[in-house]
Unconditional design. Sequence first.
Length: 277
Amino acid sequence: MSYYRPDNLQQALELAAGGNTRIMAGCTDILPATQMEQPAGDFIDISGIEPLKQIERVDGYYRIGAASSWSQIAGTDLPCAFDGLKAAASQIGSIQIQNAATIGGNLCNASPAADGVPALLTLDAKVEINSISSTRTLPLNQFITGPGTTALKAGEILTRIMIPETAARGIAAFSKFGARKYMVISIAMTAARAVISDGRIEEISIAVGACGPVATRLDRLEAVLAGKNTSADFDQIITSELVTDSLSPIDDVRASAEYRNQLALIQVRRLIRELAQ
């Protein structure tokens, strides 16, 4: 095992270009995943690269450095549209985990139950990916390709999450359900963001996680809700088909697929009622 802790991105990219290396920051996923006393392979620790821990508003985007911790995100002054992401940040693991774990690690680990993903999807998030020779951006829903898999190529590092200012409007909320309140993997979770004007839903985005191989935006439901009055009967409008037809949950030790479908429906209805009020 070799361990490197560069203090700038250029050094990290040069090291990553060498081949068989893994990126680490908070290590809250990497360390529990190995049963060995000493993990195999070469590791690049990006936690010492200060620009990757910055949260800033630049050139039409809110840019969140991939090495930003969840505690940092929860404590940063951001528009109300980020309240869903902040709520997710405050429910990931324990306080100690939130202090160490990073948003970039949450995305690169690509768990179907990654708590940060649904809220980021409602914010139309993109990711910035760097290599020694290029920089590219991808929509978040194209970055996470399946359980534990991403679109990262050899030699690339996820450097930033980018939220367009056009999506940083309105109000937002997040709901997570597990076997207990803290230190738990979600059985189902839902995030929603709404722009409400003159008593009507002008714009809405809804995403569900832990109910399929990747978190999912509910595009059909969003189209139905757009333009609805905030006094509408959302329990009638938000049908099971509009929610569960977009999901593909599994049966596992935490819950059955049917339970997850029903839970997601309840969460979506509650969140929309909450935002409408």
